[in-house]
Design a binder for this molecule. Structure first.
Ligand code: HEM
Length: 404
């Protein structure tokens, strides 16, 4: 059956044939059916795959990302994902409240702070690699480096002790649920996170330190607004959900892409000045979030060649957009020195990624440390054996076995 004349919505996510290549359906739809009807967990959505369409909708504030809005379709079957839970979006969904929230949080992510964080992140990468080397090859680089590093970074940013990082990793996992956790598990996890965080916020109120929560507790904006405890809770939740699995997954996939064709790894060993553009290219090659970004519209809006009718939930496929051949030459190839590289892995417009400088720093530092410490790094299994986990809305590798 050709995708463009499908009578029934296409079942989504599409079947995976490879962990390092996007499903062929995405390119087919981008060419022939740029507004495709898909059936996801919660119902029917319209999948957009063309770069200009995806970009346009991301930047159009008439499209909300709050899927708890009446009439919107949830991403996961039981509405437990971060986009579909009403509480997750109260502060950050859209409008002036979002703009005000964003101005305050973005004060934390200054270029100066990101530069200052670099040695700390480098130290974390060194320690994790030491531990991995001590255990010996083969090892799961995902479990031992790609995941532990960003959770440590977020815990340090929120000012929570390192020993609680495994709990944070679990809570984040559940927030990113697509089909792995039941509603009961998701509710229990949210209640635990909320209780922990509210207590943490109160503790910071009494004893502020140099972390993001303490900063937000004392900060006022030009209009004299100060964040309430409930907004701080949602902010912490938003940062954990936005910044952990995404970065962990990007570190893992970047490494897998570079090792899947080892001439890429060797090119970087020979010329470290390629690291910066290689990180961007890895982001383009496997754009987050794996399933796509959802939006809901309450009026008819023309997008590209067709109208998106009021009441439609759309899913924006950055994975498809970032391989659009009308924008990227040799879109299917990983070009390590690609420049310019206008990928939209971090989104665009009013919700574009607040943590992108941090994510870039983490990816760059990990890659540099791996190149220096593990030059002989290679996959310990054939690339065909790598698997993706579709249980979460970020599609991570289930494991990344390597040796060195
Ligand atoms: C490679 C890693 C990352 C990727 C690919 C990524 C991607 C994205 C994307 C696509 C969006 C737009 C969401 C939308 O339009 O609905 C976004 C938003 C956001 N990201 Fe990231 N992100 C990454 C890492 C981080 C990190 C490390 C942080 C901070 C700790 C972070 C914090 C945020 C926040 C707070 C938003 C919401 C901004 C808003 O609503 O105004 N992200 N990210």
């Amino acid at each position: 059956m050709s995708v463009d004349d499908a009578a029934e919505p296409l079942s989504y996510p599409f079947p995976r044939r490879s962990a390092v290549e996007p499903p062929a359906e995405l390119a087919e739809l981008r060419e022939g059916c740029p507004h495709a009807r898909i059936a996801v967990g919660g119902g029917e959505m319209t999948l957009l795959t063309r770069y200009t369409d995806v970009r346009t909708v991301m930047g159009d504030t008439r499209f909300t990302r709050d899927l708890s809005t009446e009439g919107a379709v949830a991403l996961s079957a039981d509405g437990t994902d971060v986009f579909s839970r009403s509480t997750s979006m109260s502060t950050t969904a859209s409008g002036e409240a979002h703009a005000q929230w964003r101005r305050m949080v973005s004060r934390w992510f200054t270029a100066k702070r990101m530069t200052a964080l670099r040695p700390e992140i480098e130290q974390m990468a060194e320690e994790l690699i030491d531990a991995m080397v001590d255990r010996g090859a083969p090892a799961d680089l995902g479990a031992l480096l790609a995941f532990p590093l960003p959770i440590r970074v977020i815990c340090s940013m929120l000012g929570v002790p390192d020993e609680d990082k495994d709990r944070f990793a679990h809570w984040s996992n559940v927030m990113m649920n697509f089909s792995r956790y039941s509603k009961e598990e998701a509710d229990a996890s949210t209640a635990e996170f909320d209780a922990y965080m509210l207590e943490h916020i109160e503790a910071k109120r009494g004893e502020p330190a140099d972390d993001l929560i303490s900063n937000l507790l004392v900060q006022t904006d030009a209009a004299g607004y100060r964040m309430a405890g409930s907004d701080l809770l949602e902010t912490a939740k938003g940062l954990l959900a936005a910044g952990y699995e995404t970065t962990a997954n990007s570190i893992g996939k970047m490494t897998a892409f570079l090792l899947a064709d080892r001439s890429r790894w060797e090119a970087l060993l020979a010329d470290r000045s390629l690291v910066r553009t290689a990180v961007e290219e890895a982001l383009r090659f496997d754009a987050q979030l794996g399933l796509g970004l959802p939006r809901f519209i309450t009026e008819d809006v023309k997008v590209g060649d067709a109208v998106v009718p009021a009441g439609t939930t759309v899913l924006l496929s950055m994975a498809a957009a970032n391989r659009d051949t009308t924008v990227f030459e040799r879109a299917e190839e990983m070009v390590l020195d690609r420049s310019p590289n206008p990928h939209i892995a971090f989104g665009v417009g009013p919700h574009s990624c607040l943590g992108q400088a941090l994510a870039r720093t983490e990816m760059t530092v990990v890659l540099e440390v791996m190149l220096r410490r593990l030059p002989r790094l290679e996959l310990a299994v054939p690339v065909e054996e790598l698997q993706l986990d579709d249980g979460l809305i970020v599609t991570a590798l289930t494991s990344l076995p390597v040796r060195w």
